[in-house]
Design a binder for this molecule. Structure first.
Ligand code: TYM
Length: 331
């Protein structure tokens, strides 16, 4: 059976980008695959969260995973830092990762530009740690959004390089996965490209109906189509892209036709879009609080997940140690 793996950094609440880029695809796979989904708390350290906040950030994300449909009975849900094997693997793999290639990673360049005072080594080697998360479980499919595509290419590169250097056929190359024919990029509604935590333009799974309506009604638009069947400018395409994720086919066709014959009213489109987002978010939001408050349950889920995830991780790290020339550890 193929293995599916993904994770999200606990740096804030989950937004529609996380949901449609990663979570929803993952949830749809969990009946038929060997599934691992983790909270990437090591990765969150690049932005130096306060130590007193980390446990709570993790718990928040765990509760939002489960509320979104991740089922701890079907999937292995765990916390990245519970698998210390990943840290050893990351240290070893860093020896075969080169500064030049790491400096060229788009997300690294972006983060370095946004925070020039915090270009730390963890940020530079972010892609190595992510590769280790994936390779340590020997994952085949990795449900992620479009923004992670390059990290998956790096993972394949590191896997190939490892096999070449040591003359083994140990790691296979995982694939970024999405249902449909492309990885999803959920746009922001402020005209700034993608929806994201650091972009400050998120529609969150915990947002109230009122917040969602307010955010959608504020979406940037333009003067309207100037000629029939014209190409849509980016800000308008963004509304349609979101509609494709949350609305039914007839609604989308209605607004496409209205765009094409220039009768579209953005106010109506936004109202409809907000209601359709609310339909997706409401059942998730309603579950979040109860799950979040059940600390005992969440501790049990994380413990069970770590135990299961550790089985593959220990096997991989033992093999990798041996391939590097070290002894296997006797636990
Ligand atoms: P993070 O927290 O930045 O993003 C988590 C997931 O949400 C997706 N995503 C989006 N997808 C579509 N449109 C958007 N606007 C959008 N915003 C976020 C991301 O593509 C991602 O799938 N580095 C990972 C965390 C990670 C990981 C891994 C993932 C660490 N190790 C191993 C997979 C496998 C990340 O970007 O987290």
């Amino acid at each position: 059976m193929q293995t599916v793996l993904s994770g999200i950094r606990p740096t804030g609440d989950l937004h529609l980008g996380n949901y449609f880029g990663a979570l929803r695809n993952f949830v749809r796979l969990q009946n038929d695959y060997n599934c691992f989904f983790f909270v990437a708390d090591y990765h969150s350290l690049t932005t130096h969260p306060h130590p007193a906040d980390i446990q709570n950030n993790v718990r928040k994300i765990l509760s939002q995973y489960i509320a979104s449909g991740l089922d701890p009975e079907k999937s292995t849900i765990y916390i990245q830092s519970d698998l210390v094997e990943t840290a050893e693997f990351y240290m070893l793999m860093n020896m075969n990762a080169y500064i030049g290639e790491l400096e060229r990673v788009v997300s690294f360049k972006e983060k370095a530009r946004q925070n020039p005072d915090n270009v730390n080594a963890g940020l530079l080697t972010y892609a190595v740690l992510m590769a280790c998360d994936i390779l340590i479980q020997r994952a085949d499919l990795v449900p992620v959004g479009k923004d992670q595509e390059q990290h998956l290419e790096m993972t394949c590169k590191f896997a190939r390089r490892f096999n070449n250097i040591y003359g083994v056929e140990y790691f296979k190359e995982p694939k970024a996965f999405s249902f449909g024919d492309h990885l999803v990029k959920v746009p922001g509604l402020d005209g700034s490209g993608k929806m994201g935590k650091s972009e400050g333009n998120g529609i969150y799974l915990i947002d109230s109906d009122k917040d969602i309506r307010k955010k959608v009604m504020k979406a940037v638009t333009d003067l309207g189509p100037q000629a029939p069947n014209s190409e849509k400018p980016e800000v308008i395409q963004n509304l349609f892209t979101l509609m494709e994720l949350v609305s039914d086919k007839s609604t989308i066709e209605h607004f496409e036709a209205a765009w094409n014959d220039c009768s579209i009213r953005y106010g109506d489109m936004k109202k409809q879009l907000a209601e359709d987002i609310i339909k997706v978010v409401t059942p998730i939001r309603e579950r979040i609080n109860d799950i979040y408050n059940d600390t005992e349950y969440l501790d049990r889920v994380a413990k069970m997940g770590a135990e299961k995830a550790r089985v593959n991780a220990q096997k991989t790290i033992q093999d990798v140690r041996e391939i590097f020339g070290f002894r296997r550890i006797h636990y």
